[in-house]
Design a protein around this ligand. Sequence first.
Ligand code: SF4
Length: 326
Amino acid sequence: MALNELVDGFGRRLNYVRISVTDRCNFRCTYCMPEEGVKCLSHRDILRYEDIAFLCAAFAELGVRKFRFTGGEPLVRKGLVPFLKDFHAAMPQAKTALTTNGSLLEEYADGLAEAGLGSLNISLDTLEPEKFRSITRIGDIGRVFAGIRAARRAGLTNIKLNTVLIRGFNDGEVGRLLEFAEENSLLLRLIEFMPLEDDVWSKDAFISGEEILSMLPGGRWIKEENGGSKEDGPAQYFMNEATGRRIGVIDAVTNHFCRSCNRLRVSAEGGLRTCLFSENETPLKAIIESRDAATLREALLNAAREKPRCWSDVKTGTLHMSGIGG
Ligand code: SF4
C-alpha cells in the first residue's frame, strides 16, 4: 500500500475532507440540534485557522484534493474569508467548497469569490417563509434569498441548493424548488432525510430516493452516467429529457455509497472521523498544535486504514449534525 496516499483497508482512496470550522450556528434546525441548542465549544477548544491550514497541508501531501468547509454555519466564524484567501494562495490546486445556510452570504459573497471558492452548497429546505421559520426555529428566509442573489452577483459558480425532503413538510414543493433553482442558476439536489438522531428522524417522514424520482415533474428524467465529479460524493444526477433541466438526488440512506466513499471529516475541535455514522474519533488537535508533521501524517494514515467498510458496521443514533459538519 502506498504510504503517500490515504487509502483505507478496503482499497478506497480518501481524497475529500470536510472540515467543520465552528460548531456554532445562527439557526436551530429541528433535525440538526435540540431546541435549546447544543453547548458551544469555547474558542480555545477549536482549531485556529493556522492549525487548519497546517492540517490541510498534511492532508494535501497525502493526496487530498478537495476541502469542504462546514459548521455549524461556517460564515458565523470571524475571519473565514481571509483564511480562504490565504488557503487558496498556499494551495491553488486544491478545490475548496463551502456549505452554508446562506443567511450571511449577502455580506461575504464578494470575498468568497475573490478567495477563489470553487463551489458553494446552500442548504434550503423550503421556499415558504413560515415553514422556513419553523424548521430553522429562528431563520429569516429573506436573508437567504438575498444571499443567493449576492452569490450570483459576485460571480460565484457551481452553486448547489441542498434540500432535505421530509414527508408532510416540503414534499409538495418539489416543482417550485426546481423552478426556483432554474431561475437562480442553481443545481437543486434533493436529499433523503438521514436517521442521525433518533428523536427527530421518523420513518413516516422519510422519503426514499426512488420516491423522490417519482415525484419529479415534467416527464422523463434520465440518469447521467458521469453527472458528478468523483469528489462530489453520493449525488446522482438526472436530466429532463424535454427541457434539459438537471437535478441531483442524494439517496445516502437507501443506496449507500459506502463502496465508493472517499471522505473524511474533521470536527471543529480537531477530531478526525472516518465515517459519518461512527463515533470513533482520532483527536488531532494536540498533534497539530505541536506542529509535529511526522506524527500527524502517521495519525492520518492510521485513521484512514481504520475507516469502517460501511455505516452498518458502526453505531448510529445519537449524533448531532451540527457537531460533525453536516
Ligand atoms: S442544518 Fe445547518 S443551518 Fe441548520 S442548524 Fe444545522 S448547521 Fe445550522
